[in-house]
Design a protein around this ligand. Structure first.
Ligand code: KG4
Ligand code: ZN
Length: 320
């Protein structure tokens, strides 16, 4: 089965062609460079960029996959969640294409697609063998844990009460005047740091019954620490390292809690923050300690991409 996926929920204009679980093409054009001076995504700029580039990205994806639009069995697009003005561009493009080429259409939940992104390019039919599993999304807009019982039965069991992890990374980078997106910049600054660590607050929220997260307190602590500290590179490295370490510890604790509460033996995680090596290592260590099979996406499929959208829609379509 050949599926064309379209992703425009934020600042990536992405189109991918997937044949069963194998990716034939994965085109991504990002407007990230246009947002960096603002320290965050400007929705109006993102949607204008999608409008300008979506047709070129589509053409390149079709050419790279060496397919013809007439061969496509299903068109998938990100339906929700995302920036409304950005989602509209992908949705309208997908609907027009579906109508013109007479191909079935399927809207996809972006977060569920992130969860299964680790199964892209793996063996066909693998997902069915993995249920029930814990699904984790750690991205710029979301930090959520799901109890995944079947493809049509993903139940949310934990979410952030305020900032998402990626958002906290981005805000810390903004406080330190480092640019956008903050995650990769903070990780790079932390690399190789060996000095003392600042004890930033870790919100374990042990008195709450759920598996929820909170990252606004640590962000504020970084703001006050930086206001009162010397303004030099060592201080920036110290802040980045300490912030990343605190976040990583909280994620490790929450994942352990989700494993204990569900009793499940498989965990799938995805989202832009899964690019972070320290966070990947923590999740890997926790799962090894708890004897849980872990699936993490290749780095190419952590951040927003259309292959995961096509793949998720295709799995749903095969079951319908
Ligand atoms: O999944 P994604 O591409 O978009 C959303 O759906 O939100 O995630 C983007 C987020 C940004 O906040 C970015 O700073 C973060 O992922 N990110 C990272 C790293 N690479 C990207 N955070 C920490 N470390 C990284 N290496
Ligand atoms: Zn995303």
């Amino acid at each position: 089965m050949l599926t064309l996926g379209i992703e425009t929920s934020c600042d990536e204009t992405a189109v991918s062609i997937v044949k069963d679980s194998k990716v034939l093409s994965n085109e991504i054009s990002s407007s990230v460079h246009l947002h960096s001076e603002y320290g965050g995504v400007i929705p109006e700029i993102a949607s204008r960029y999608h409008t300008e580039f979506i047709y070129d990205v589509y053409k390149k994806a079709i050419e790279d996959a060496k397919v013809n639009i007439k061969d496509i069995d299903l068109i998938a697009y990100t339906e929700t969640p995302g920036l409304p003005g950005s989602l509209i561009v992908g949705t309208a493009f997908a609907k027009a294409l579906s109508y013109a080429a007479d191909i079935p259409l399927s809207g996809v939940d972006h977060l569920k697609a992130h969860i299964i992104s680790s199964l892209v390019n793996k063996e066909d039919g693998l997902m069915d063998k993995l249920f029930p599993f814990i699904g984790v999304v750690i991205s710029g807009g979301h930090t959520s844990i799901y109890d995944c019982r079947a493809l049509d039965d993903f139940r949310i069991i934990g979410r952030t009460l305020d900032d998402a992890v990626g958002e906290a990374f981005d805000k810390v980078a903004k406080i330190l005047n480092m640019g956008y997106p903050g995650g990769p910049l903070v990780e790079k600054m932390s690399d190789g740091y060996k000095g003392e660590e600042i004890s930033f607050p870790k919100a374990y929220l042990k008195n709450l019954p759920g598996i929820d997260f909170s990252f606004s307190g640590i962000k504020t602590s970084v703001l006050y620490y930086w206001r009162d500290s010397e303004k030099n590179e060592n201080e920036i490295k110290k802040i980045c390292f300490s912030f990343q370490n605190a976040v990583k510890d909280v994620i490790g604790y929450k994942i352990k809690d989700a494993i204990d509460k569900t009793g499940y033996k498989t965990l799938l995680a995805g989202g832009g923050v899964i690019n972070n090596s320290a966070i990947r290592n923590t999740i890997t260590l926790v799962c090894a300690e708890k004897e849980v099979s872990l699936y993490l996406p290749e780095k190419e499929y952590c951040s927003d991409n259309a292959a995961m959208i096509a793949f998720f829609a295709q799995e749903e379509y095969k079951k319908s």
